[in-house]
Design a protein around this ligand. Structure first.
Ligand code: SAM
Length: 195
């Protein structure tokens, strides 16, 4: 598929670009500054990370799944784009700082018994949908340069006001920069800036 000029091939067992990916991709088009250092957490096929690379950023990406790491590497090769991809939980394996961190996290609420396959790691955010976001937000400033930004997707199904409160309590300036409604949820892209 064409993802804003990047050719992205889906891979078995890896989250394929979906409405949330495209919403985030549209924001990225006007956000990335050529030459800046970008981190994508939870890269899946690599679509977002590779779009940032196509826009001129130097990009590192992580994912919990080895299948996703390999998929993103394949898509990087397919497009002749440079991308460093590592398997890790959030960004715990990194020590560098970035000017932009992008994350389309697993945000859907579901009970454990409803979760059947390995790919659920891509969408399952625990019983309230916030499990992964609530681990990510408190540590993201450790990986940001001064003035750095975070772009994160969230859903109306997982208490979006909590995200705003968390970023504000950490001293970020926060705003919603994109929104779209779907039959069962409203998706947002939150932009948080470290002053
Ligand atoms: C909603 S998908 C988004 C994939 C891709 N970025 C996109 O927008 O199409 C979430 C991704 O985060 C990964 N993931 C889930 N939990 C993670 C964690 N703790 N650390 C790193 N990656 C994680 C999943 O494997 C999946 O690839």
């Amino acid at each position: 598929m064409d993802f804003f000029g990047v050719e992205v091939e889906a891979c078995e067992g890896v989250y394929a670009p979906c409405d949330d990916t495209f919403l985030l991709g549209r924001v990225l088009l006007s956000e990335v500054v050529p030459g800046e250092r970008v981190l994508e957490v939870g890269t899946g096929t690599g679509a977002i990370a590779l779009l940032a690379a196509r826009l001129g950023a130097r990009v590192v990406a992580t994912d919990l799944l080895q299948e996703a790491v390999e998929c993103a590497q394949r898509n990087a090769r397919r497009n002749g784009l440079r991308l460093e991809v590592v398997r890790c939980d959030l960004m715990s394996c990194l020590s560098a700082r970035f000017s932009l961190i992008v994350f389309n996290p697993p945000y859907l609420p579901a009970e454990e018994w409803e979760v059947r396959d390995k790919l659920s790691v891509a969408w399952h955010g625990g019983s309230d949908g916030r499990e992964v976001m609530d681990r990510f937000i408190p540590v993201c400033s450790n990986y940001l340069e001064r003035g750095g930004r975070v772009l994160m997707v969230q859903s109306s199904l997982s208490r979006p006001e909590e995200t705003m409160k968390m970023f504000l309590s950490m001293g970020f300036e926060v705003s919603v920069v994109a929104e779209e409604s779907f039959p069962f949820e409203r998706l947002q892209v939150v932009r948080a800036v470290l002053p």
